[in-house]
Ligand binder design. Structure first.
Ligand code: NAD
Length: 497
């Protein structure tokens, strides 16, 4: 019998009463590693109620105590780093090194949350009118909800609940149904760090559970990361219910290669950024735009991609793992077929990929197309697989126009040795995260993760100062203290004197 994944409600790991079970599988073998219950509506209700009750005392907990919880949590996450990465590798198929990166990028956000006192400081102006001071304070919202995708089961939950809870909120997390074991372990360690009961709940399930959380009267803030279609549903439904929502969605990230770039840097950067994690990263480079003579490097980029081979999580020579499930593999193979049928030239084809010893894995090998046009589905859609498409243009202006016409705006990069070209690119490109000679420019947590256009719905982004704005209300106080010997009499106007 495989284990049934528990729910976490009010500090207790409980077995769901649900009879609807989802199988959690190892994507390299199809072995079932756990059964995941879809929480019942009554269980979701209890989770929200527990979070609401815990908020009453947590909101008044001194900021130093909140920060110290995060310090203890950060230390425990570091101590259990490799164990967490192993669990993560088994349920996602990521290589061990990549899984460690997933954990580490999450730990960095917890470190950031330790600074909550300075992050949540308000502003003061003395004498906004004579002897009247004005100052702002930040206060938590209540029960915040997080809905997370499969591709970063540690980092993305850690973008959300540590920042929300450090701000004084409580939290209900609905992790991806495809890899829930890592988030469960994160929650156990949070409890071990001393988190009071009710601070963090975990409920499992799909659309029904999400919709209950999204429309619940006691959940004022929703954080979502996932695909565009679901992100649009979350944003529309959440805002229709008058909640604040931040929804991080899909991407199609372009890397511009200028002819004056360092060729070796370009080749290594494209290979790693396009097929790393089997292309299942929202910041993966899926389009390379070769400007002018840099198009001559396309065969060498192809050769570099061909050398990266997929394999099992514990194979130290594997460059990336399998796709998350057989449907994801079928979807990627379908795009490769469509690319060929639409007239693009497939110069590297990973459709028939085999990994010795793992006949049932969801493998797709590195794949590359050239002679791609912007009307083809392999250019327009997010493939979310190890597939790179190459476009060729004659100038940086043409590259910028092409990228700005693409509906997504998550990440992009330019490789060049010209400061002027880099400056022009950073200024004119309509994408939220720009790398200059950096292929995957994911900001560290002192900044925020700032996707634009169809890659993000909302206004305040994840982590950094923006997360504190998202997870708090600002209260602005205008204060006058009367000096005993001064009598201004009754003031009937709103004019402050
Ligand atoms: P997904 O949209 O299928 O699932 C995300 C979450 O939504 C899961 O918890 C899932 O259970 C839930 N969900 C699925 N269908 C739903 C529905 N109809 N109604 C309500 N909830 C639903 O995404 P995924 O496949 O897990 O993740 C991959 C996607 O996430 C890619 O598009 C990727 O670009 C995107 N992503 C974006 C970012 C970013 O920061 N922009 C980061 C990581 C991943």
């Amino acid at each position: 019998m495989t284990q049934q994944v528990p729910l976490l409600i009010n500090g207790e790991l409980i077995q769901s009463r649900s009879t609807t079970l989802i199988q959690v599988t190892n994507p390299a073998t199809q072995e079932v590693i756990a059964q995941l219950p879809c929480a019942t509506s009554e269980e979701v209700e209890r989770a929200v109620a527990a979070a609401k009750a815990a908020f009453e005392s947590w909101k008044d907990t001194p900021v130093g105590d909140r920060a110290r919880l995060m310090l203890r949590y950060q230390a425990l996450l570091k101590e259990h780093h490799d164990e967490l990465a192993e669990t993560l590798s088994q349920e996602t198929g990521k290589t061990f090194e990549d899984a460690k990166g997933d954990i580490w990028r999450g730990i960095e956000v917890v470190e950031h949350a330790c600074n909550i006192a300075s992050l949540s400081m308000g502003e003061t102006v003395e004498n906004v009118a004579r002897k009247i001071d004005c100052y702002s304070i930040t206060q938590p919202l209540g029960v915040c909800v997080g809905i997370t995708p499969f591709n970063f089961p540690a980092m993305i939950p850690l973008w959300m609940f540590p920042m929300a809870i450090a701000c004084g909120n409580t939290f209900v997390l609905k992790p991806s149904e495809q890899d829930p074991l890592t988030p469960m372990r994160l929650a156990e360690l949070f409890k071990q760090a001393g988190a009071p009961d009710g601070l963090l709940q975990i409920v499992h399930g799909g659309k029904e559970v999400v919709d209950q959380l999204l429309t619940h009267k006691d959940t004022p803030a929703i954080s979502f990361v996932g695909s565009v279609a679901v992100g649009e549903h979350i944003y529309r439904t959440g805002t229709e219910h008058l909640k604040r929502v931040q929804a991080f969605a899909g991407a199609k990230n372009h890397m511009v290669v200028m002819p004056d770039a360092s060729k070796n840097q370009v080749i290594n950067a494209i290979a790693g950024a396009s097929v790393g994690a089997a292309g299942q990263r929202c910041m993966a480079i899926s389009v390379a735009v070769f400007v002018g003579e840099s198009r001559e490097w396309i065969p060498e980029v192809r050769d570099a991609l061909a050398k990266v081979r997929p394999g099992a999580w514990n194979d130290p020579k594997a460059g990336f793992g399998p796709l998350i499930n057989p449907q994801a593999k079928e979807r990627v193979l379908h795009f490769i077929q469509e690319g060929k049928a639409s007239g693009a030239e497939c110069i590297l084809d990973g459709s028939e990929c085999v990994v010795e010893g793992y006949p049932d894995g969801n493998w797709v090998g590195p794949t590359m197309f050239r002679n791609v046009t912007t009307d083809m589905s392999i250019y327009r859609e997010e493939i979310f697989g190890p597939v790179l498409v190459a476009l060729e243009v004659d100038s940086i202006e043409e590259a910028i126009e092409l990228i700005n016409e693409n509906p997504y705006g998550n990440g992009t990069s330019i490789f060049t040795s010209s400061g002027a070209a880099a400056r022009k690119y950073q200024h004119e490109i309509k994408v939220g995260q720009v790398g200059i000679n950096v292929p995957v420019p994911v900001p560290l947590p002192m900044f925020s993760f700032t996707g634009w256009r169809k890659s993000f719905y909302g206004d305040q982004h994840a982590y950094g100062k923006q997360a504190v704005r998202f997870y708090t209300e600002t209260k602005t106080v205008t204060a006058r203290w009367f000096e005993e010997d001064i009598d201004h009499g009754v003031n009937t106007s709103i004019h402050l004197r």
